[in-house]
Design a protein around this ligand. Structure first.
Ligand code: ZN
Length: 176
């Protein structure tokens, strides 16, 4: 077990170099990642992101669920309150899913998935939970319908065997 003493020790190491100082709430890279909770696929690590560069939302599968959309809506309000506007026009939202994802195991529990996506069990096929390439396309389309015009949306699939990402949906602007 990684206990609290260990966490405190590691945190002291982190705090000692001062790299966190002067960071702003708004990510420097104008980037939000939606990724999976799987400990192998931490977006900061696999995409080489630095502290303060991206907002990261993680859930089971890195899926765009109603809860994800609610979180994004809340973040937009935070940005508006801090900056007085909608945020940078070139803001980039990236969906990062991956191979060997545990969400595929949940295909055996359609009632859980139906609740997660807020769809009837008969609508789960459209969520493509067993195919990350198809799923990332599904979720990018949902984001395009939900996000403000002008921002960029992309879809990435990370291969846990090679450590490489595949750009399944290149970044494209949300149309008005
Ligand atoms: Zn996963």
């Amino acid at each position: 077990m990684i206990d609290t003493d260990e966490l405190v020790k590691r945190n002291a190491g982190f705090a000692s170099d001062g790299s966190f100082a002067h960071l702003k709430l708004m990510p420097r890279g104008s980037l939000t990642i939606i990724g999976c909770v799987d400990p192998r696929v931490d977006p900061s690590d696999v995409l080489g992101l630095k502290l303060g560069e991206a907002a990261v939302i993680r859930n089971v599968g890195g899926r765009v669920t109603p809860a994800t959309l609610r979180t994004l809506g809340m973040l937009s309000e935070v940005v508006r309150s801090r900056t007085g506007g909608p945020g940078p026009a070139d803001y980039h939202y990236a969906v990062l899913q991956h191979t060997d994802c545990g969400i595929t195991d949940l295909a055996a529990f359609p009632e859980l998935l139906a609740d997660y996506f807020d769809v009837p069990a008969s609508g789960l096929d459209a969520k493509a939970v067993t195919d990350p390439v198809a799923a990332v396309r599904v979720d990018v389309e949902i984001l395009k319908r939900d996000l403000r015009a002008g921002v960029f949306v992309s879809g990435l699939v990370y291969d846990v065997a090679t450590g490489l990402i595949d750009v399944v949906v290149p970044p494209a602007r949300v149309e008005a």
